[in-house]
Design a protein around this ligand. Structure first.
Ligand code: PLP
Length: 313
């Protein structure tokens, strides 16, 4: 049975959600964008995946920093200030009466085009902003059974072509490796860097644990994952030795533990890579510790923000 790091339990409330489309909150069935939209036509846009825990959007400022940075690089005018965009997220959650275990996809494209060609100057109507918020609980069976990875021939490349740090609407550079992994009977794709060092997966950042040390790639060729950085931060805080370094498949296959990081699943165990069992084939002690401290970090951030809001009242 195939699993995914983004596997959520079914929730029929999602059939009736309201979706934010350029300032309007529209029932799901009526939420559409133009066939001339730069995102639909060309994948010309950027997005963020965000998570709501107990009334708190985790690491919201980090996500908005990344979004605005990418938009600036693409000369894409979002058309809303950070405060307005934050308000749009909260309005969407409010319209859907959502409080916890919610996943949001915030999408910004260069907007509707005057003609069906790639030139950005044809996107004359302003950005299209869509926010889909769904009730979403990661499926616990993924934690129990772990993810099976398979190394794929597509690697994460240099920023000379498309910078892997751009969270672009077009995910073909992730979907192609994922298709390759699926065809080979794995759940997701493990991607190497241009030199053959282990880098990342099609949808998450990748970590291994060896003799109590946590290793992840240098970060040079992969998405600058917010969860990746938080895991590095919590390891440092907890006194767990953590290194951003080059390592090969040889060191990966013989790791004690391996796990993936991403906003949706936080930290997801990997139990098999290229047919080799990793460690005991069960969630290891370092992963369990990191998961627990990461949850506490989110709670701490939520508490600090509540205190700041109370002080400013
Ligand atoms: C290719 C890729 N790697 C990693 C991540 C994880 O990033 P984050 O931890 O910010 O969710 C994402 C999420 O969008 C991604 O698309």
């Amino acid at each position: 049975m195939s699993r995914s790091t983004h596997q959520a339990t079914d929730d029929e409330r999602n059939e009736h959600i309201k979706i934010y489309v350029n300032g309007d909150l529209v029932p799901r069935a009526q939420a559409t964008v133009s066939v001339y939209d730069s995102g639909f036509m060309l994948g010309d846009g950027v997005w963020e995946g965000l998570r709501l825990y107990n009334g708190h959007i985790a690491f919201l400022d980090d996500h908005l920093d990344r979004l605005y940075e990418a938009a600036y690089c693409l000369a894409l005018d979002i058309g809303l200030t950070r405060a307005e965009l934050k308000q749009a997220l909260w309005d969407t959650l409010k319209a859907n009466e959502m409080h916890t275990d919610v996943h949001m996809r915030l999408m910004v494209t260069r907007g509707r085009k005057a003609k069906p060609f790639q030139h950005p100057q044809l996107s004359v109507y302003g950005a299209t902003i869509v926010i889909i918020a769904e009730f979403s609980q990661p499926d616990d069976s993924v934690l129990e059974h772990g993810i099976r990875l398979c190394t794929v021939p597509q690697h994460r490349g240099l920023p000379l072509t498309q910078d892997p740090k751009l969270n672009s609407h077009s995910k073909l550079n992730c979907i192609i490796p994922l298709i390759h992994a699926q065809q080979a009977g794995a759940d997701e794709a493990l991607m190497l860097d241009p030199f053959g060092f282990v880098n990342t997966t099609n949808a998450c950042n990748f970590f291994i644990v060896r003799q109590g040390e946590v290793w992840t790639s240098t970060g040079d060729y992969c998405m600058n994952g917010i969860t990746r950085q938080k895991v590095i931060d919590v390891c440092r805080e907890e006194g767990i030795p953590v290194y951003e370094k080059n390592f090969s498949l040889l060191e990966t296959y013989s790791a004690d533990e391996a796990f993936l990081t991403g906003t949706f699943g936080a930290q997801t165990p990997v139990f098999n890579i290229d047919g080799r069992q990793i460690g005991t084939g069960q969630a290891g002690p370092v992963l369990k510790q990191v998961r627990a401290v990461y949850q506490r970090l989110i709670e701490r951030e939520a508490m600090q923000q509540r205190q700041q809001q109370e002080l400013s009242l």
